[in-house]
Design a protein around this ligand. Structure first.
Ligand code: F6R
Length: 612
């Protein structure tokens, strides 16, 4: 999704903006631009379609843009094709105002009509340009730029994070936010705005998260923040725990590979503070055992891989709590008139904490009285802020578009939550509880064992990278795991892939199996191993190549029937998907590598999906 960075200080803005935009590249974009303002020279803008390097090349070929106040943007096209004109910043007709915008202005047609009737000429096909033109329109009648900003915001419907420069006020950058992420960075005689902390972490770790309706004025003297009624407010400051190295590749070829390798440590960070004397302890929860006892319905709501975590979670939570749990895609849940009331718990899962559908589902559930508990990676994100309770995954910044370490930490945290709620309800036997806790303690090490040898995945990728379609099959927890394995593969390698509950094969899918078709058979769920074996025989007899994934103790049995066998250490069944996902991540990674794909930035995808 679009990325915003802004700067006010005493040094040239452009290098800082370009560095920030580079760190936001992972969010996904198709064009980029910067604008600076300086006394005497007014607004200077450069923007173009394509990678940031294209913008850098263009800037190098021209006289430098001089100014110590500026805004930058990476655009992920929604309204209007990716081209130079539709890129941000957008400038008003008179050249007085430049803006960068993340989000969608839903009533832009109406505003555009209004301005067209006033004789304003538009250059781009974007919804965002109306903001620049409307600001310019209000500047005629408003003495103070802030008056104009408030007048414009009162007319906008939709979502926005905004950075605004005015030619008449070269000392000032204005920011505003509604339903799209934006944070403020406090430096030494310099201030920043950014879509996320990675953009400015090299300059400051002292940040504040803007809330909906807030407007900020940044000058060299500091940052003033106002609420939606223009009352000055004091923002709570947060210290970013991780440093700039966490958002850099550190010698790895790709962020995705680095993040796969970081999983043991990420799991440790997520698990250890919550295990005390053999008990799962959530000091951060306001929820009591009595609250848990009151819930009559439990939903898990999320998108994409986070939804896949929910799929595993359903199996685990139902077993641990002996209570029904429903999993819903956020984009479906929000429009399904969900049967939710004050006796409902909605568990919301999101790495970014900004996914628009997930956010909308949260708000829908909240408006119906549900209690919201979110599992989120990005501290201070919108979903975290609007939830009644938050459990943070301490995975650190995840830069690769395809999630790996965030998925793993979400998964373990959800299982721990199930264990904790099961105990609150008195429904987990002591032995079972102790068995899961004891495996939680060694889970990071077991995951590390899988990562210690990657040759087999490279070898399999060299055999199968030319496949047209790869199927994932499994039952129960292995079915839920296959959904994630299949998504990992298709999103980064562009190979078509499907994941099926293995028991469904006979009901249609098996007709797709031909000689040479690759089937990834997931057989890590011990209670259903015999069934998995039957399914392998079934597809093999139709000519499929089978790569089986199982635990070490079943290697021999599966070697007798599968084409290749991948093994993982054994753990408690509830935690087995936490280990099972790792070979699937590595397989997808090496397949994409063989195919020469842009692994960290797959085509058409964005890291944080802040549009519907
Ligand atoms: C896939 C992936 C996406 C996200 C989805 C939800 O690798 O990363 O499917 O899981 O877009 O994002 P969050 O978790 O940020 O809400």
């Amino acid at each position: 999704m679009c990325g915003i960075v802004g700067f006010t200080g005493n040094v040239p803005a452009v290098p800082i903006l370009l560095d920030g935009l580079e760190r936001l590249e992972y969010r996904g974009y198709d064009s980029a631009g910067v604008a600076v303002v300086s006394p005497g020279r007014g607004l200077q803008i450069q923007k173009c379609k394509g990678r940031l390097q294209a913008l850098r090349d263009r800037l190098e070929a021209l006289p430098p843009l001089e100014g110590t106040v500026g805004i930058g943007h990476t655009r992920w096209a929604t309204h209007g094709e990716p081209n130079d004109v539709n890129s941000h910043p957008h400038v008003s007709q008179s050249g007085r105002v430049a803006i960068v915008h993340n989000g969608i202005i839903e009533n832009y047609v109406e505003i555009k009509d209004f301005l067209l009737h006033k004789g304003v000429k538009f250059r781009s096909d974007t919804d965002s340009e109306v903001i620049a033109q409307l600001l310019d329109y209000y500047f005629d009648s408003c003495a103070d730029p802030l008056d104009a900003v408030y007048a414009v915001l009162s007319r906008l419907e939709g979502a926005y994070a905004l950075g605004i420069l005015c030619a008449d006020r070269p000392d000032m950058l204005i920011a505003a936010r509604k339903d799209a992420p934006l944070l403020l960075g406090y430096g030494d005689k310099e201030s920043f705005i950014a879509s996320d902390a990675t953009a400015i972490i090299a300059h400051t770790r002292d940040v504040a998260y803007m809330a909906d309706g807030e407007v900020a004025v940044l000058t060299r003297a500091g940052i003033q923040v106002f609420d939606e009624y223009r009352r000055p407010i004091e923002k709570e400051h947060h210290f970013i725990e991780w440093d700039v190295s966490a958002a850099e590749k550190g010698g790895y070829a790709h962020f995705m590979f680095k993040e796969i390798m970081e999983q043991p440590e990420a799991l440790r960070q997520t698990i250890s503070p919550r295990l005390k004397d053999g008990q799962v302890v959530f000091e951060e929860l306001n929820m009591t055992a009595e609250d848990v006892g009151r819930f009559k319905r439990i939903f898990i709501v999320a998108c994409g891989s986070s939804y896949h975590v929910g799929m595993v979670g359903k199996y685990n939570l139902e077993k641990l709590m002996r209570a029904p749990v429903e999993v819903a895609l956020a984009s479906e849940f929000r429009y399904s008139a969900p049967l939710v009331d004050e006796n409902t718990l909605v568990i919301v899962i999101s790495q970014s904490g900004e996914t628009l559908d997930t956010m909308a589902a949260l708000r829908e559930a909240k408006s119906l009285g549900a209690r919201i508990l979110s599992i989120v990676n990005v501290v201070g994100s919108s979903i975290a802020r609007e939830s009644d309770d938050v459990l943070y995954t301490w995975a650190g910044p995840e830069i690769a578009v395809a999630t790996t370490k965030a998925y793993s930490t979400q998964l373990v945290l959800l299982t721990m939550l199930g264990l904790w709620m099961g105990r609150c309800l008195g429904r987990v036997a002591d032995g079972e509880y102790a068995a899961v806790v004891s495996e939680l303690q060694v889970l990071p090490d077991k995951l590390g064992e899988i990562l210690s040898g990657t040759d087999i995945y490279q070898y399999l990728a060299s055999l199968y990278f030319n496949q047209d379609c790869i199927f994932y099959i499994g039952r129960n927890l292995d079915y839920a795991l296959g959904l994630e394995g299949s998504l990992k593969l298709k999103e980064i390698s562009y190979i078509h892939s499907e994941s099926y509950a293995a028991g469904e094969l006979k009901h249609g899918t098996i007709s797709l199996i031909e000689p040479g078709t690759l089937v990834m058979s997931l057989a890590t769920y011990d209670p259903l191993l015999d069934k998995a074996v039957s399914n392998i025989v079934e597809v093999k007899s139709r000519g499929a190549e089978v790569v089986a994934l199982t635990t070490e103790d079943h290697r021999q049995r599966l070697e007798a029937i599968a084409s290749h066998v991948l093994t993982i250490p054994r753990t408690h069944p509830a935690l087995q998907p936490n280990l099972g996902v790792v070979p699937l991540q590595l397989f997808a990674y090496y397949i994409a590598l063989h195919r020469g794909c842009d692994i960290d930035k797959p085509k058409n995808l964005a890291k944080s999906v802040t549009v519907e």
